[in-house]
Design a protein around this ligand. Structure first.
Ligand SMILES: [Zn+2]
Length: 254
């Protein structure tokens, strides 16, 4: 199975529009971060987690040709705003299954009403098959078993997803020990780290590193990164030896 980092940036992406911050002006491609998302693919398996405003560009850059499903972590725009751009997949494959918490599905129906329209639907609009993800209820998607992991993003419930040896979590600020038990000792953990300064709804670097100590993965990659974290190259030098800053277009084989 391969994990391709489509985007590793926080909600505004890096560079931030109009910003004169040195990280936003950096020429290092590792300092360019689209909105957070991963493509998980294998023989006969291809899904993305989240579908933010950079989805179209991410599908072109990664050369993703087929999409079995979109899994959503939560409803915030940096994770959902690109839903309309599943159209090319819909035109060739038919309605695309989307997996999310019931609350997130309701939110998508409100914001993308034309996608969920059943009468007089515009022929160019995409269609989806909504599938509810419930806490503590693993599900299978094609040949993979997937376990939803619950966390809190401020007051908002968010889902992460566990695929046997791999766990993807983003927008986490808090997690119950019951949920942490589910992911202990995993081979590869992806977890959000926004910046060094604390933030009310996202882990900062210290919280992410503490979380990694609790989970004890073989390797951990940090994502959902702000320009305020600093230059990729410099931040990486100060990380523990099994912790890495993810960057856009990084692909890892599990
Ligand atoms: Zn986010």
């Amino acid at each position: 199975m391969k994990v391709y980092f489509l985007g590793t940036g926080t909600s505004q992406g890096i560079p931030v529009i109009g910003s004169k911050h040195s990280v936003c002006l950096s020429a290092d491609p590792k300092d360019k971060r689209l909105r957070v998302s991963v493509w998980i693919h294998d023989v006969d398996f291809s899904i993305v987690i989240d579908c933010g405003p950079d989805f179209r560009q991410q599908m072109l850059t990664s050369n993703c040709q087929h999409l079995d499903a979109v899994l959503f972590t939560h409803e915030h725009a940096d994770h959902t705003a690109g839903l309309d751009d599943i159209r090319p997949f819909y035109f060739t494959q038919g309605a695309i299954p989307i997996y999310a918490h019931e609350r997130v599905l309701k939110n998508l129906v409100k914001r993308f009403d034309y996608i969920f329209e059943t009468e007089n639907k515009y022929p160019g609009a995409p269609s989806v098959v909504p599938i509810e993800v419930k806490e503590n209820q693993p599900f299978s998607l094609k040949n993979k078993q997937i376990e939803p992991i619950t966390a809190l993003h401020g007051d908002l419930q968010v889902f992460g997803y566990k695929f046997t040896d791999f766990v993807y979590l983003t927008d986490v600020k808090q997690m119950d020990s019951f949920e942490i038990e589910k992911i202990k000792g995993v081979k590869l953990l992806v977890i959000n780290a926004l910046r060094y300064e604390p933030h009310t709804t996202h882990f900062n670097m210290e919280e992410a590193i503490n979380f990694i100590h609790l989970v004890q993965p073989k390797k951990a990659y940090l994502t959902h990164i702000s320009h305020l974290m600093g230059f990729h190259e410099e931040v990486q030098q100060n990380l523990p030896k099994n912790v890495f800053l993810a960057y856009d277009n990084l692909e890892i084989e599990i």
